[in-house]
Design a protein around this ligand. Sequence first.
Ligand code: MN
Length: 194
Amino acid sequence: MYFEVPALPYPMDALEPIISSKTIGLHYEQHHKGYMKKLRAAVEATPEAGKSLEDIVRTSQGEVFNNAAQVYNHTFFWHSMKPGGGGVPPKGPVLDFLNRDFGGWEGFRSQFIAAGMARFGSGWAWLVLEDGKGKILSTADAQTPLTTSAKPLLTADVWEHAYYLDYQNRRDTFLELFCDRLINWDFVRKNLNT
Ligand code: MN
């Protein structure tokens, strides 16, 4: 399994002014690494320790699942964003995909934001590929599409710790800015192709 959280794909201040370096610092250093620390403690000296992170997520329950899935989801979230990202994807396979399954960028955007807003409490908004079709869904707490037949393509963390320092209760503003200025479409394209 992965005993270390992977490095952030950009410096902590790279997503400013959308997400502050303070938020990224706490989120990555305390929350993400905190889940890994608890996971390590829980699987140490058990057969789980020899498995990959994905295998642990797919086969565990309770505390081990919660921490493993949160490690996986957060790494996926960091890669779902990049400085200067978001907005209408460039002409190509991702834009074709959004046009085919969501009636375009605007359709995708409104469904993705609605899914994140409809999640009561903590969780995640996702763009996934299921049975060859693009779908938007949300998961509660640590739940992840990795345990289903749906392939994750993109995610936004809608736990309050993801946005509260910068936007307080305005999760809608956070999700709008995520869509308009942060989405890493290269990551979506790569996930569509693998
Ligand atoms: Mn988080």
